[in-house]
Design a protein around this ligand. Structure first.
Ligand SMILES: Nc1ncnc2c1ncn2[C@@H]1O[C@H](COP(=O)(O)OP(=O)(O)OP(=O)(O)O)[C@@H](O)[C@H]1O
Ligand SMILES: [Mg+2]
Length: 507
């Protein structure tokens, strides 16, 4: 490997009482993919915000091409060729894709003088290079999470970076889309771009890494070989040997909770890119965890949100039963009365109030239960919150922390704690472990299995096939808003992929 272009040494950063980085050394060479691993809250994103000028270190030095640098703003870093796609995307939902692609780079590209048609053409080309066929005139607010991720990648491509930082780029992508991203990233590497790649998906490491650095608790634990066995990576990450990621499956199923037979959802208004459920047949029993597999656009998110009546106005046709009785779903109030809870795939857009404390966020969904007669019971509230924080291992375990200051994975744990505390009978989950580290994942899986054993039914959409295969009792594949196949837990990834692609038609 050539000489490093980027060298960080002794980087320290403290936020109030939290020592986020304690003396981190890190290097990056041109034309390498350097994977950065670490538990939730290990300090990965903080380190990246220092490299990209969004934060300044308290101590330590950074140099680029051998010369010391000291970025005061993201603009400084950008001018030096450092581009970051943050973990929580910074696209502007109210603008169209094209406007987002060129936002902030106007001076660099002189795009201000470009005619709109030329801008659209260039946008189109950027999207193509990132592997998406989306109309650049679409509003970002109309896109699903995975598509937004791909737009963010296209935006980074537009910037002609020398150093590209990807903070959990595949968290919302399916295997097929991730594959495409790998291709794009390898192409950039071949052109000499240095790439820092953060992920909690350990199975990606051997596929993409030239070098692997593991962080824990604000420091660097060491480097791992790109082809190191996953167990070894986990040991470095967590600091100890790790038992099974997935709990044993339960044997016994109870009564059906949710039953759909050739059910279809008719939206009040058609929305571009919103794949309404067309023909859905599935059953979730008490004690059962049912997975939804499929590509982006298969209609998994739409199915969940139409069941919950969230951001989906319209009516269901066909058989829709809860607890054996027909039910008219269509509003969140109905869904909650029917015992449903919902964890969306967009924790920032729909799950959390960022400016509020962790405690406030957790209590929000449980208010009626915590204070049955509208009387605030502060001590009871506190007890519920601290129980939830320890059950989901939210770090730091400080109820007054504002959610916006938590690491990405810890925000996700808060969403979970909040929904489960409402004591649902049927839990709808959309990418529930997005951005969650391996230890916390195991904990979430264990909780889900425990709750299932106590009668909870779970319907979970996930792009991570290993997660579906390890966690679920049954997996249903969707394609074009239709449930095309249903498999028990022994199915292979390959089979799921083939059905997801629509290569095999429903039997
Ligand atoms: N602006 C901030 N104010 C207070 N604390 C912060 C702030 N930003 C980060 N932290 C804290 O610094 C620590 C490191 O957070 P960071 O976001 O870097 O973790 P991470 O490794 O990216 O985790 P994840 O995998 O969950 O994204 C965490 O304890 C976090 O709560
Ligand atoms: Mg992070």
């Amino acid at each position: 490997m050539s000489l490093p272009i980027l060298v960080l040494s002794g980087i320290e950063k403290r936020f109030g009482g939290v020592q986020a980085l304690r003396g981190v050394d890190f290097t990056l060479s041109a034309g390498e993919i350097h994977v950065l691993l670490g538990e939730n809250g290990a300090g990965k994103s903080t380190l990246m915000s220092i490299i990209s000028g969004a934060a300044q270190p308290d101590h330590g030095a950074m140099s680029l091409d051998g010369a010391p640098v000291n970025f005061q703003t993201p603009r400084d870093a950008h001018a030096a060729g450092i581009v970051m796609i943050p973990q929580e995307l910074d696209l502007v939902p109210g603008l169209d894709i094209a406007a987002n692609l060129f936002l902030g780079h106007e001076q660099l590209t002189g795009i201000r003088t470009l005619a709109r048609s030329r801008m659209m053409r260039e946008a189109h080309e950027l999207l193509r290079r990132a592997g998406v066929s989306l109309d650049p005139a679409l509003l970002v607010s109309s896109l699903r999470m995975g598509e937004r991720q791909l737009v963010a990648i296209a935006k980074a491509l537009a910037a002609e970076a020398r150093i590209l930082i990807l903070d959990e780029p595949t968290a919302a992508l399916s295997a097929t889309e991730a594959e495409y991203l790998f291709g794009t990233v390898r192409e950039l590497r071949a052109r000499g771009v240095g790439i820092i790649y953060i992920s909690h998906r350990l199975e990606e490491v051997p596929r993409i890494a030239d070098r692997v650095t593991v962080m824990r608790d604000g420091g660097v634990v060491g480097e791992a070989a790109p082809d190191a066995p996953q167990a070894e990576l986990v040991r470095m990450l967590v600091g100890k040997d790790f038992k099974d990621l997935f709990p044993p499956r339960a044997g016994l199923l109870g009564e059906p909770i949710l039953n759909l037979v050739h059910a279809r959802f008719v939206p009040l208004v058609d929305r571009a890119g919103w794949q309404a459920p067309q023909d859905v047949s599935l059953t979730v029993h008490e004690g059962e965890i049912v997975g939804l597999s499929g590509l982006m656009g298969a209609g998994r998110t739409e199915l969940l949100s139409a069941l919950y009546g969230f951001e989906a106005r319209g009516r269901w046709v066909g058989r829709v039963e809860i607890g054996g009785r027909p039910v008219k779903l269509g509003s969140v109030a109905t869904a909650r009365r029917a015992g449903m809870a919902y964890v969306t795939d967009d924790r920032r857009g729909t799950g959390l109030v960022l400016g509020q404390s962790v405690a406030r966020n957790i209590v929000m969904s449980t208010l009626p239960r915590v204070t049955p007669w509208g009387l605030a019971s502060a001590s009871r509230e506190q007890a519920e919150v601290s129980a939830a924080l320890s059950r989901f291992d939210v770090r730091p375990r400080v109820p007054s922390t504002r959610v916006v200051n938590l690491s990405g994975g810890n925000q996700q744990k808060v969403v979970f704690a909040k929904e489960l505390l409402s004591g649902p009978h049927l839990l709808l989950l959309d990418e529930p472990t997005r951005g969650v580290d391996v230890g916390a994942k195991a904990e979430i899986y264990r909780q889900l299995r425990d709750l299932a054993s106590a009668g909870l039914g779970v319907l979970v959409a996930s792009s991570e096939l290993p997660e579906l295969l390890g966690l679920c009792d049954r997996i249903i594949v969707m394609h074009g808003g239709i449930t095309v196949a249903s498999f028990d837990a022994g199915v292979s990834e390959e089979t799921l992929r083939r059905y997801s692609l629509g290569e095999v038609q429903a039997a």
